[in-house]
Design a protein around this ligand. Structure first.
Ligand code: A3P
Length: 320
């Protein structure tokens, strides 16, 4: 038997098992052996983990959905996290290494339904497994936005942030057709990735049952937010709430906003930006790019008897 100090033995261990370098957090409160050795600061008697994750993807209306959901008196969101658009961005990201206690510290002590929305989760390759290991009973919401529109919206987001690659490329069409450098390929990947719905859903379905996932049509969310929120609140077994009395369409914003104490509170200017619609040429190119993904999503929803968004019916009909 050979003795090693802990640091050297840890080094040896991770040389042998490099895939374990990132821990996989479980909920220590659910295991009596872990509970027995937790520090006093770790309070297992209160509810500390979310019941619901809004997965995104980015640019699908996830911020609007989260903000409308908090109107319900029995629903609470995480406390805003500075530096990451108020999102916790725990699973699959660098915050994961801050540990379970840090994650729990983002949620208020409340008996209501707690949710967090991190639009970085949906297309992250590690998020599903990490989420299922820590919060296996959580419910999930995925927003289905036409991936062509989502890609364009993401490109507009990059332009608004003066991303040098997006700005110098001139257009999303050019990024799609001429990308060669790693920064161009990265922009392309960021515009396209989230829209490959079935590809990413497969990962989530390895760890969560379909009954735990609710799909929202992004166009319906824009058109009839109160209806979408009503359906979600039924799915979450929440008491009835009149969302339509608390949501109002703003002509100047061009989107629905929350009505709080008689005042219309819209999302900030980075949500619901004003820009030119995409050209027919770009739309054709994007629709072509997503043709197989859209057709896979259509088949998936039909097979599982789930509502098929109008944009998807249309996309599949046009490219059939
Ligand atoms: P655009 O700014 O490109 O129009 P996310 O919050 O997931 O990043 O999504 C941002 C998108 O949400 C916006 O993209 C906008 O189209 C959409 N959206 C849907 N409902 C909205 C609302 N009520 N207010 C603002 N944006 C909304």
């Amino acid at each position: 038997l050979k003795w090693q100090d802990p640091v050297s033995s840890a080094k040896l261990y991770f040389q042998k098992f490099p895939e374990e370098r990132i821990p996989l957090w479980t909920n220590p409160c659910t295991d009596p052996r872990h509970r027995a050795i937790l520090p006093p600061s770790f309070n297992c008697t209160r509810k500390t983990l979310p019941d619901l994750l809004i997965l995104g993807p980015q640019k699908t209306g996830s911020t609007a959905l989260g903000s409308f959901l908090t109107l319900h008196p029995n629903v609470t969101q995480n406390t805003p996290v500075p530096g990451s658009f108020e999102e916790v961005q725990f699973f699959g990201g660098k915050n994961y290494l801050r540990g379970v206690e840090w994650y729990m510290s983002n949620f208020p002590n409340t008996s209501t339904v707690i949710f967090e929305k991190s639009a970085t989760y949906f297309d992250n390759p590690s998020a599903a497994k990490q989420a299922a290991t820590l919060i296996p009973h959580a419910k999930l919401i995925v927003i289905l936005q036409n991936p062509s529109q989502r890609a364009y919206s993401w490109f507009q987001h990059l332009l608004a942030h003066k991303d040098p690659t997006a700005v110098s490329s001139g257009s999303l069409l050019s990024i799609l057709e001429n990308s060669t450098t790693s920064s161009e390929l990265k922009v392309k990947q960021r515009c396209l990735s989230g829209g490959k719905y079935v590809h990413h859903l497969d990962k989530w379905l390895e760890h969560f049952s379909l009954q735990h996932i609710h799909f929202v049509d992004a166009d319906e969310l824009k058109r009839e937010p109160a209806k979408v929120l009503f359906t979600i609140s039924k799915w979450l077994d929440l008491p009835d709430f009149e969302f339509d009395a608390h949501i109002r369409f703003s002509e100047s914003k061009g989107f629905s906003c929350r009505l709080i104490e008689g005042k219309t509170k819209c999302l900030g200017e980075s949500k619901g930006r004003k820009y030119e619609p995409m050209t027919d040429e770009l739309k054709r190119k994007l629709d072509e790019t997503f043709q197989l993904d859209n057709s896979a999503l259509f088949k998936f929803l039909r097979k599982n008897r789930l509502q098929i968004p109008e944009w998807l019916e249309e996309a599949v009909r046009v490219t059939a």
